[in-house]
Design a binder for this molecule. Structure first.
Ligand code: BES
Ligand code: MN
Ligand code: ZN
Length: 501
């Protein structure tokens, strides 16, 4: 999809589809209070073209509600699409992102390939609106039918955001940044969307290396030998069951901006399970297919690194992605085994399906060894987190309030939903083992938290944030603004976090 900013007069724009936004200005409540939709454009011709249908009461300007007008009078656009934003007093950048996605996903199945979108004037600043809208458009354009033999590319060819000339200076940078962020999120989605047979650890590493070369990151890819050399006993314990058939990959990417020789080094650590069968503690077969997405944390880190390389913040960043399958086999690890992690800590394996924390343990230790002063990890780590927060909100955990405050700012920018859950000594108690330093499960209750405490053992006192995205990696219900497939969650938030340093 080609994206472009235009400062032309809206009514003069020739396009297949011109999208404008409307919000409900009704503030009264009760049965008498009819919705009062108002168009968020100044152009008199656009207003006139939509006037009659807005007055009819058929369109309420609810969030992502759409209304199509053919051959709108006084406009050069062939069609006028009005997209609702909901209550005028509650308009957010996230609502704008979603509305742009909705417009694109309205156009796609109708074979409309060119779309112009009017930048609305709302409480949200023009720069933030611009970024959100171009992100929403690109994210909305992504579709999931890539493996169909009769695939018809319904992708939008051209998306033009039309803004007022007086905001030109304010919106140009945000527009370019929005494109980078959304394309990086879509890059992550492509990786997550691919099934296990088409996204093995080796292929994931190749994709990371190709991307790194394209955007100018340093990449080091290694496998079994290096994992042994580094004494990554926890990572290897997961990989050993399939290493002969499908070797693991240790992916390291580095962003080293010129002239930045000191200051913090951010370590991005991702869980890269290209397929999680559970291993010997095998999962039930229903929904096991979803475990192709168990590398979504790793993909988020790769997507974030792509964006970082292009946005060029003045801070050094290292990404470590531990990629492997988790499979049952004669060589697979067994419940009861004891493993020695890279840090020297010993781990009693009670459940081979609690494998994400094992690969992350060594990924975290390695990131620290490579110089990381601040850590963030992302993982589809626990079903318990999904039980706690549902599919809407992801879990986050941190050992450092100052570092976490930067993440809070980041999610304000990204619009992604995260909720901080507690950690602490009483939870750490639950993963103490009778025979080793720790065990890899903490019992039935608070499973997302005991998993976080497991990672904390390896992060130690290094400021660290853990993102549990188990419920958000795949969108499982159809949405107006985004296809039902991999979401690319966390990419934008991680990038926004790195830009706070
Ligand atoms: N990859 C799963 C977690 C998961 C569950 C991701 C649902 C996405 C959707 C993880 O490796 C896992 O199996 N976790 C176990 C841990 C348990 C054995 C302590 C879980 O959550 O059941
Ligand atoms: Mn598992
Ligand atoms: Zn897993």
């Amino acid at each position: 999809m080609r994206t472009e900013l235009s400062f032309a007069k809206i009514s003069g724009i020739e396009t297949e589809l011109l999208a404008v936004l409307a919000a409900d200005t009704q503030t009264a409540k009760g049965p008498e209070a009819k919705p009062a939709p108002v168009l968020l454009v100044a152009d008199a011709a656009v207003k006139a073209a939509a006037e009659a249908v807005l007055a009819s009461g058929e369109f309420k300007a609810g969030a992502n509600e759409t209304l199509l007008i053919h051959a709108p009078a006084g406009l050069r656009a062939k069609r006028l699409l009005v997209v609702g934003l909901g209550k005028a007093a509650k308009v957010t950048a996230d609502g704008l992102r979603s509305a742009a996605g909705t417009a694109v996903r309205f156009a796609k199945p109708r074979g409309l390939r060119a779309l112009a979108f009017a930048l609305p004037q709302t409480e949200v600043a023009a720069a933030a609106s611009t970024q959100a809208i171009v992100e929403g458009a690109l994210i909305g354009d992504f579709d999931a039918d890539t493996y169909r033999s009769d695939r018809k590319d319904k992708s939008i060819q051209s998306f033009v955001l039309v803004a007022d000339a007086n905001v030109k200076a304010a919106v140009e940078t945000s527009f370019a940044e929005g494109v980078i962020l959304a394309e990086s999120q879509n890059f992550a989605r492509t990786l997550v969307h691919a099934p296990g047979n088409k996204m093995t650890p080796t292929i994931l590493a190749e994709r990371a290396a190709t991307m790194a070369a394209e955007v100018g990151l340093k990449a080091e890819i290694s496998s079994t030998e290096k994992i042994h050399e580094l004494k990554m006993g926890a990572f290897w314990s997961v990989a050993q069951g399939s290493a002969d058939a499908e070797p693991p990959a240790l992916i390291v990417l580095r962003y080293e901006p010129e002239g930045v020789k000191d200051g913090p080094v951010l370590g991005l650590v991702g869980k890269g399970l290209t397929f999680d069968s559970g291993g010997i503690s095998i999962k039930p077969s229903s929904d096991m297919d979803k475990m192709k997405s168990d590398m979504a944390g790793g993909a988020a880190m790769l997507g974030a690194m792509r964006a970082i390389a292009l946005l060029k913040p003045k801070v050094r960043v290292i990404a470590v992605v531990c990629a492997t399958e988790n499979m049952p086999d004669g060589k697979a690890q067994k419940p009861g085994d004891v493993q020695t992690a890279m840090s020297g800590k010993t781990i009693e394996i009670l459940n081979t399906d609690a494998e994400g924390r094992l690969v992350l343990a060594d990924g975290i230790t390695y990131a620290k060894q490579l110089g990381a002063t601040h850590l963030i990890d992302a993982a589809t780590l626990t079903g318990a987190c999904v039980v706690a927060l549902g599919m809407v909100t992801a879990g986050t955990f941190s050992n450092d309030d100052e570092t976490y405050a930067k993440f809070e700012k980041a999610i304000e920018i990204s619009g992604e939903k995260f909720w901080r859950l507690p950690i602490g000594d009483e939870y750490a108690e639950l993963i103490k083992s009778d025979i080793a330093d720790i065990k890899n499960t903490g019992g039935r209750w608070g499973g997302a938290i005991t998993a976080a405490e497991f990672l904390h053992v390896f992060a130690e006192d290094t400021p660290w944030i853990h993102l549990d995205i188990a419920g958000q990696a795949l969108i499982e219900t159809t949405r107006p603004d985004m296809a039902k497939c991999a979401s690319g969650v966390a990419v934008r938030s991680i990038v926004a976090w790195t830009r706070q340093f």
